[in-house]
Design a protein around this ligand. Structure first.
Ligand SMILES: [Zn+2]
Length: 296
């Protein structure tokens, strides 16, 4: 385990404990979330070091990217995944019609494959070996492990995407420096993360599935993401909601809280979360940040 004594966003050493929660998904071990008293950023602390973290990903559910059985759930999952891929494409093609895209944490490569078919030049980074090999053999994509990031040419990508990835990255500052280096000066970075200020986070508290301890090391909000990016000379241009996430997160959270699945209650709470975000705060369960380099 390693403990951080400074906030990864603002480097303040004034920290306090915000929440204790279990790894309900896998090990049932308890972890703590620290809050920075200066900027409000939340992060898992102490946390497993990068070697120890591997153990927390060794579950079938986390690794089963390629489903073989056709169940109602798997059909629903694949339908939602296709909707989500098309939505990602539509969002990005409004920024740039065609170009060079890097997907960090590309998993089994379905999103990149879609962009490839639309004529984009694609590259993927995926730390886990099984999904990486699947993306290469099934779709013929170029996908490498994280060490390959250092080999990529400076200012060479129009779009870099990190879909639910930044919250897993051990060295936040090193990763964002790398990303800035390889992004073109007029390029766009797309970062999607769970929102710790969402209605479902506040409702489920320690049972909120998107804390996902200790796999999620950082717990962003609009304010902390803005602070983080601005301090690194990056600006947030636009923020988009991910409206399906509130349902998915509520289904899991409800199970963690009560020990059983309650689809009706979960769907209702997913809907309440989206409604609250739409009417008041903009704080959807997960948010997509469209980020540009400053002063260009
Ligand atoms: Zn801070």
């Amino acid at each position: 385990m390693e403990e951080l004594f400074k906030c990864p966003v603002c480097e303040s050493n004034s920290l306090s404990i915000a929440l204790s929660a279990k790894d309900y998904f896998f090990t049932q071990e308890t972890f703590q979330i620290t809050k920075c008293n200066s900027c409000g950023f939340l992060f898992t602390n102490p946390r497993p070091n990068s070697t120890e973290l591997n153990r927390y990903y060794q579950t079938d559910e986390y690794l089963s990217h390629a489903t073989t059985k056709k169940t109602v759930l798997s059909i629903l999952y694949s339908f939602l995944r296709n909707v989500s891929i098309k939505r990602k494409y539509s969002l990005i093609s409004k920024i740039k019609f065609k170009g060079k895209i890097l997907d960090i944490g590309c998993g089994t490569g379905e999103v990149l494959n879609y962009f490839n078919k639309k004529g984009w030049e694609t590259l993927g980074i995926e730390p886990a070996e099984n999904p990486r090999n699947f993306a290469v053999s099934k779709y013929g994509l170029s996908v490498f492990d994280e060490s390959h990031l250092d080999n990529l040419q400076t200012a060479s990508f129009d779009i870099i995407t990190m879909w639910h990835v930044l919250e897993h990255v051990s060295d936040l500052n090193e990763r964002i420096t790398q990303v800035k280096r390889i992004l073109k000066n007029d390029g766009t970075l797309i970062v999607a993360v769970p929102n710790s200020k969402s209605w479902d986070a506040r409702h489920y508290k320690k049972f909120w599935a998107a804390w996902d301890l200790p796999r999620h090391l950082y717990h962003f909000s609009t304010i902390s993401m803005t602070n983080f990016m601005n301090k690194r000379s990056l600006s947030i241009e636009k923020i988009y909601p991910m409206k399906f996430d509130s349902y998915y997160v509520s289904i899991l959270s409800e199970k963690y809280q009560s020990g059983k699945t309650n689809c009706i209650k979960s769907v209702l709470n997913g809907f309440r979360s989206n409604l609250s975000a739409k009417n008041h705060s903009g704080d959807y369960s997960s948010l997509i940040f469209q980020v540009k380099k400053q002063n260009i």
